[in-house]
Write a protein that binds this ligand. Structure first.
Ligand code: 13P
Length: 251
């Protein structure tokens, strides 16, 4: 049985002080819930946030990581630096990184491999643009993102991988995939994982949905058999909607 996993991607929002206060409110509010909850603040907020949620069941993640151990990579952050402050989870391949910073499937794969070799948990984001969907390329795009993104990952290492299906056209637009469209994309992703790693791994892999998840649509989305949680952007930036999504999501 896959665990329900609700994550908040704060993107480029909040300064360290306010992030710590907000993170503590989340930690207090979810302490008795049996849902896996993650928050991903900006890099500079990570020390304050890890401190604020210490001892709670809230996971703190980074929004990106470099694919090298250390060295001359100006502006970058390594796995070791993250682990040193207690951050053991990272989001890789978010569509905003693909779109604005030119990250390719091959580059994302290097980060995935480096992160899991460094014992980190990874949320690998995949998803198609509207143009790709409308031109009938949904399956090809997802197949490339999964097959290349997870290339070289072993069956055992798949324990460290969560996949987030985030159709680009649904991110921050207020448009959500219908539950049945989302569920069928998730089922397809699961079939790709089954082909590559076998049925058991596919059945155990958590696949989150992301893209305008709100309290109003969370229950319906999470009720789908292939949707195991959410990667929430805008609605994770304040307490009430994020908690409502967490509560609405319980299956
Ligand atoms: P929104 O929930 O704001 O659409 O963002 C989704 C997302 O990109 C989460 O990573």
């Amino acid at each position: 049985m896959r665990e329900l996993y609700i994550a908040g991607n704060w993107k480029m929002n909040y300064k360290p002080g306010e992030a710590a206060v907000f993170a503590k409110q989340i930690a207090d509010a979810v302490k008795n819930l049996k849902v896996k909850v993650m928050i991903a603040p900006p890099f500079v907020c990570l020390p304050a946030v890890t401190e604020a949620v210490k001892g709670s069941n809230v996971i703190v993640a980074a929004q990106n990581v470099n694919d090298h151990a250390s060295g001359a990579y100006t502006g970058e952050i390594s796995c070791d630096m993250l682990k040193d402050i207690g951050v053991n989870t990272v989001i890789v391949g978010h569509s905003e990184r693909r779109q604005y910073y030119g990250e390719t499937n091959e580059f994302i794969n290097k980060k995935v491999l480096f992160a899991i070799e460094n014992e980190m948990d990874v949320i690998l984001c995949v998803g198609e643009t509207l143009e790709e969907r409308d031109s009938g390329r949904l399956e090809k795009v997802l197949a490339d993102q999964i097959n290349i993104g997870l290339s070289g990952v072993s069956e055992n290492q798949m324990e460290k991988i969560t996949v987030a299906y985030e159709p680009v056209w649904a991110i921050g637009t207020g448009k959500t995939a219908t539950p049945s469209d989302a569920d069928s994309a998730h089922a397809y992703i699961r079939s790709l994982i089954a082909e590559k790693f076998g049925k058991t791994v596919a059945e155990n892999t958590i696949i989150q949905y992301g893209g305008s998840v709100k309290p109003a649509n969370a229950k319906e989305l999470m009720a789908c058999s292939n949707i195991d949680g959410a990667l929430v952007g805008g609605a994770s930036l304040t307490l009430e909607p994020f908690l409502s999504i967490i509560n609405a999501s319980k299956k």
